[in-house]
Design a protein around this ligand. Structure first.
Ligand SMILES: Nc1ncnc2c1ncn2[C@@H]1O[C@H](COP(=O)(O)OP(=O)(O)O)[C@@H](O)[C@H]1O
Ligand SMILES: [Mg+2]
Length: 249
């Protein structure tokens, strides 16, 4: 159970102890992350062998008369293997070391490239994508590949929140020495019960979700010295906001 410590008890001693505890916890998490990544890599090799052999097995079965139910079973095993591989890849992206290869980048140009890349996939599910870019192109220090991943996770979530179609708006603007990217959708919204958990690794409300998208996005944005915030109204939609420091001078 959570213990509430009254503010007047927050002596410097207590604060130092809390800080020490936090860094010990972070250290533990880092070690755990390394172990888990090692395990994920270990699992990927036998999984590729399983996948390859399943493929061969399926080809054999397809030559046999009356093997349809065996084919179906083998196909569903293959689907689960694909899902495992996908989960491991997502996990490795989340838990792997991030070494930022950041350089000054024009944010509008990058955002509109990513949106163009995503557009056909969105349109296939009747999601209309709109882009509204800052009149002055903000320049930020960005690792393009990682940022692409971070933004695509938000676009994908927005699309998935609108299974019957809707509007996805991507905006950039500059304010108070920061650049902002907003991704808003007209989807189902996030309920008050779900909201506290959305950035936790493995938390998902989707049948086929991995729950690593937002955890990864937050990690990437924070590695860029940025922030991610969210506001949502149940039934109306959701807005995710990325804040990044501007390159000055
Ligand atoms: N745009 C959105 N609209 C509604 N819910 C969202 C949105 N983005 C994220 N969520 C909620 O946050 C959860 C975690 O998202 P994420 O980390 O990307 O994992 P996943 O997409 O695999 O479920 C989702 O399962 C969903 O409940
Ligand atoms: Mg997601």
């Amino acid at each position: 159970m959570a213990t509430i410590i009254p503010a007047e008890d927050e002596s410097p001693d207590l604060r130092r102890r809390q800080q020490e505890e936090r860094s010990a916890r972070l250290q533990q998490l880092a070690t755990l992350g390394e172990l888990a990544s090692g395990l994920a890599h270990e699992l990927k090799n036998p999984l590729s062998t399983i996948k390859l052999n399943l493929q061969l097995l399926l080809e054999d079965l397809e030559k046999l008369p009356g093997a349809q139910s065996s084919i179906n079973r083998a196909q569903s095993v293959r689907k689960e293997v694909d899902r495992l591989v996908q989960s491991l890849d997502d996990f490795l992206r989340f838990a792997g070391r991030l070494e930022l290869q950041a350089a000054p980048v024009k944010l509008n140009t990058l955002v509109s490239d990513i949106v163009d890349f995503f557009m056909p996939q969105a349109q296939a599910t009747r999601v209309r994508v709109h882009c509204s870019l800052a009149s002055q192109d903000p320049v930020c220090r960005i690792d393009v590949n990682l940022f692409k991943q971070a933004l695509l996770n938000l676009l994908l979530n927005a699309q998935q929140a609108m299974p019957d179609g809707g509007d996805l708006l991507v905006r950039t603007h500059i304010a108070d020495g920061s650049a902002y990217v907003d991704v808003s959708d007209t989807g189902a919204g996030i309920s008050a019960e779900v909201m506290p958990h959305i950035f936790q690794a493995w938390f998902t409300t989707k049948k086929r979700g991995t729950g690593l998208g937002l955890a990864t996005t937050r990690r990437i944005i924070e590695e860029h010295q940025g922030h991610i915030t969210v506001s949502s109204e149940s039934g109306r939609g959701t807005n995710f906001r990325l804040e990044l420091p501007l390159v000055t001078g």
